[in-house]
Design a protein around this ligand. Structure first.
Ligand SMILES: CC(C)(COP(=O)(O)OP(=O)(O)OC[C@H]1O[C@@H](n2cnc3c(N)ncnc32)[C@H](O)[C@@H]1OP(=O)(O)O)[C@@H](O)C(=O)NCCC(=O)NCCS
Length: 325
């Protein structure tokens, strides 16, 4: 039994903030942000919006494309470090929002690697015969955790939710392999010490600098490039797949320079790497499923193509999933 992603969906908040908008609020410029990151705009949560609602919207799209009713799902696995509440989990809130009862629903906290981790967890349980149909989510709202006075961090992040329906089926298609890695020694390269507080860009409340995302950008940059390139190569080698046979890589969209450097290390031409970081910024766990959904929508992925998903994020966590579509 293999597991296969049969459909995807995505949702973003309504508020879109361009670099020019940010330049009116802080000492930055469109030129600086574009040249350092490739980001032109990002969607951010406003007061009263719920990330669980966005995940429910993305889930309904994916389920309807898969022709599967919510009641037919066996489990919900959510890659996230954001939640409307401290607890219960995002998974339980989403389960309630979708009107499904008693199935397991839980979160996998791996920051920007959350979706890649969640796909691996769902794949393992489907292979073991525990579940047949799984809703896998990547959702985050890191814009609610930034200090809007910290220009080096605030310009990078956006919010969103992506969903994938994975089903168990015999045959050669589906997840060929996954590899997950963590290195807690680097925990303070990207961290938020107070997740309970939610502050939106339009709200009155402001995060104390100590409670906001703290990032050591240059160190993180180097580790992200090395870890994403290494894990991609290792997953391919384990599966006996040559990198040149990959049709498309759908990487975590943190920064265009990181994505380009990973592709260069792996010797992959730009046309084999999907990017949409220019329109979304770094949406953490949502970034891979948002990109996957757009890659499918723009016909960049066809049946039987070899596809690689990879990511790196706070933790440090990193990982990759190799799929035959
Ligand atoms: C954050 C990052 C974009 C900074 O890029 P960089 O090339 O290292 O930045 P530079 O060294 O060229 O520039 C730093 C300067 O720009 C300034 N600067 C920082 N943010 C700025 C902004 N938004 N606008 C204008 N200037 C800014 C700094 O104050 C610093 O000025 P100084 O030299 O006078 O002290 C880069 O380190 C990065 O992308 N790191 C990885 C971050 C990431 O992706 N995290 C998530 C991983 S999952």
């Amino acid at each position: 039994m293999a597991s296969r992603i049969v459909a995807t969906g995505r949702a973003t908040p309504q508020t879109c903030i361009s670099n020019h908008d940010l330049a009116r609020r802080m000492a930055t410029s469109d030129e600086w942000v574009r040249s350092r990151t490739g980001i032109a705009q990002r969607y951010v949560m406003a007061s009263g919006e719920s990330l669980v609602d966005l995940a429910a919207e993305a889930s309904r799209t994916a389920l309807s494309r898969a022709g599967i009713k919510p009641a037919e799902i066996d489990a919900i696995v959510v890659g996230t470090i954001s939640s409307d509440y401290g607890f219960p989990s995002f998974g339980c809130q989403l389960q309630h929002r979708l009107g499904i009862d008693t199935i397991p629903a839980f979160d996998v906290a791996a920051a920007c690697s959350g979706f890649v981790y969640a796909v691996s967890v769902a794949d393992a349980s489907i292979r073991a015969g525990d579940w047949r149909r799984v809703l896998v989510i990547g959702a985050d709202a890191l814009s609610t955790m930034v200090d809007w006075n910290d220009r080096a961090t605030a310009v990078l992040f956006g919010d969103g939710a992506g969903a994938a329906v994975m089903v168990g089926e015999p045959g050669p298609r589906g997840v060929l392999g996954s590899l997950l890695r963590s290195s807690g020694q680097y925990w303070d390269l990207l961290a938020v010490r107070n997740r309970g507080v939610q502050t939106t860009i339009d709200g009155e409340a402001r995060r104390q600098s100590d409670d906001a995302i703290k990032m050591k950008g240059p160190e993180l940059f180097k580790l992200a490039v090395k870890s994403m390139a290494d894990v991609t190569l290792q997953v391919a080698q384990r599966a006996g797949v040559r990198l040149e046979d990959l049709e498309l890589i759908v990487p975590h969209q943190a920064n265009l320079r990181i994505i380009n450097a990973v592709a260069q290390r792996l010797g992959l031409p730009p046309e084999k790497v999907f990017t949409n970081v220019d329109r979304y910024g770094n949406t953490s766990a949502a970034s891979v499923p948002l990109a996957l959904d757009e890659a499918l929508e723009s016909n960049r992925i066809r049946s039987n193509d070899l596809i690689m998903l990879n990511a790196c994020g706070g933790g440090l966590t990193w990982g990759a999933n190799l799929l035959r579509w």
